[in-house]
Design a protein around this ligand. Structure first.
Ligand SMILES: CC(C)(COP(=O)(O)OP(=O)(O)OC[C@H]1O[C@@H](n2cnc3c(N)ncnc32)[C@H](O)[C@@H]1OP(=O)(O)O)[C@@H](O)C(=O)NCCC(=O)NCCS
Length: 187
């Protein structure tokens, strides 16, 4: 399994004082905290909502971390500084015959005081490197709020290009947000 390759390698990709790690399931509370912070701080960046996530059971949060570690079809990487989680990024893919060549990146988040240091790029590049090792995956897609200049620039820098726009795809309170669909061909 993909993620085990990372674990075998110590679960870390090298970066100055930041480690990109695969999270041990015992640390699910930290993952929950980080995800809730992301949804609360940047609601316009995610289709999931803070309000819905607050009602998830502890079992579901535990399962999310375990799934990303153990199940084929999902993967999550976390950024750790001095023992604390400061960022995360996830990817998923299916084994459906017609779409198994496409993976999706989602849930990309870096804590505000750790932004601009290359952590977001390292997280997403880490996912891309792992996805490249899966022979069936040819393309990676993602959706990003059009007004989210930092994220659009991050994905462009890693080679993604905008392939479409969805008008008023998110509605938060009475405000609408357009989404860009972005894609990167791996091979
Ligand atoms: C988007 C986000 C993940 C970027 O994380 P980060 O760690 O600050 O990004 P990095 O430092 O790795 O930057 C990588 C590249 O992204 C672009 N970028 C990042 N922040 C930027 C900003 N504020 N303005 C313009 N470009 C920016 C740059 O191209 C940068 O490369 P460079 O430093 O060589 O110019 C972070 O801002 C975040 O968590 N935002 C809130 C949640 C979110 O929007 N997630 C994305 C959902 S699709």
């Amino acid at each position: 399994m993909v993620v085990n390759r990372l674990l075998v390698a110590g679960g870390r990709l090298a970066m100055a004082e930041t480690s990109i790690i695969v999270l041990h399931p015992s640390r699910w509370r930290e993952a929950k905290q980080l995800r809730l912070e992301a949804l609360q701080n940047n609601p316009e960046s995610f289709a999931s909502s803070y309000e819905d996530a607050l009602s998830f059971s502890d079992e579901l949060w535990q399962d999310r971390v375990k799934t990303a570690l153990e199940r084929e079809g999902a993967m999550a990487l976390y950024a750790e500084v001095a023992g604390s989680l400061v960022g995360m990024a996830g990817a998923g893919w299916s084994d459906r015959r017609k779409t198994r060549h496409v993976a999706e990146v989602y849930a990309v988040y870096v804590k505000p005081n750790h932004r601009g240091k290359g952590i977001g790029a390292a997280l997403v590049q880490g996912l891309l490197d792992e996805l490249k090792a899966l022979p069936q995956i040819e393309k990676v897609k993602l959706s990003v709020t059009g007004s989210n200049q930092a994220a659009v620039a991050l994905y462009r820098r890693l080679g993604f290009e905008i392939v479409g726009n969805a008008k008023r795809a998110l509605k938060i309170d009475e405000r609408y947000y357009d989404l860009h669909h972005m894609e990167l061909w791996l091979r």
